[in-house]
Design a protein around this ligand. Sequence first.
Ligand code: ZN
Ligand code: ZN
Length: 365
Amino acid sequence: MVKAAVLYEPKQRMPIVDLEQESPKPGEVRVRMAAAGICASDHHVMMGETSFPMPIVLGHEGAGVVDEIGEGVTTVKKGDRCILSFVANCGHCRSCRTGSPQICDTNRLTGTRQYDGTFRLKDSDGTEIHQFAKLGVFAESIVVPHQACFPVADDVPMDVASLIGCSVTTGVGGVINQPSITSGMTVAVFGSGGVGLNAIQGARLLNASKIIAVDIHDHKLEFTYKFGATDVINSRAEDPAKKIQELTDGGVDFAFDTFGASITTEQMMDSLRKGGTGVLVGLAPEGMTAGVNLVDLVRNQKTLLGSYYGSASPHETFGKLVDFYKKGMIDVDSLITRRYSLGEINEAYDALARGEDGRGVIVFD
Ligand SMILES: [Zn+2]
Ligand SMILES: [Zn+2]
């Protein structure tokens, strides 16, 4: 039996339930969870803004220790400490073959089930339980594809490793993996949640000449200075695009929308200089669209891009980020502002919904 937080219906609290867990099948491993991050993508599912099959164990930002391996697994062994990837890519679909494993086709087709289309969890009624992103890290132990595991050395703390699994890779990776971004550019980052703070420190890593943080909470903006923001704008108090143009003599080279909404994407595009690039990183609620000024896009030769999971192979980005962390070039420790037990999962999401600074992490015994 494993304890897990199960979402049975949107907008309901998640009870901690004892679930029956099957052993890993060929190509799978079992991971004892050590730390799991409180990310907004799970909150979208809880609120019914993104539809997912239920019941489901949420959580996709985590780290743990491999404690059992299935037949044929050679990439990890029992006892390995791992960062978990929420896209355990198949390795042979068109996206994987063409160098974009972060948008693996097969992974999406099988979704919240394992690659053979079946489940590893059920409750006492025999109801089969989905695992978010094939992970569902809000559980003491998880059975996942071996591709989800990226081994890390003992000197990387588990809470840090868990954050590299989503927010650090999405934020820092989404900035540093853009092929046309270079040192000295001006950057604006919309949203200063977990991903936003990481996009800010990704821009600092690239020696951006200006890093402008935009948010609606003053306390969150204050927190962004720690990660490299040079200027901050409260978009409730003033028009961010106008202010950014003033600060940069006509607009930024690169802007990132880490929040993911019509208004922030529109503001992001309006804040670019001629020839500038807007990168949408945050996942918006399903069905949301944005109004893009088509004349502005053409006349000013702007680019609008989407970036998923750091725009590159997650394992490649994990490796770089672990290295940056060890050298003190990125700050992951200060991102972690609150720690919870699994039983406090609902309170942890209440804090996220209230807009508290930094990241909450569930620490397992
Ligand atoms: Zn996430
Ligand atoms: Zn694939």
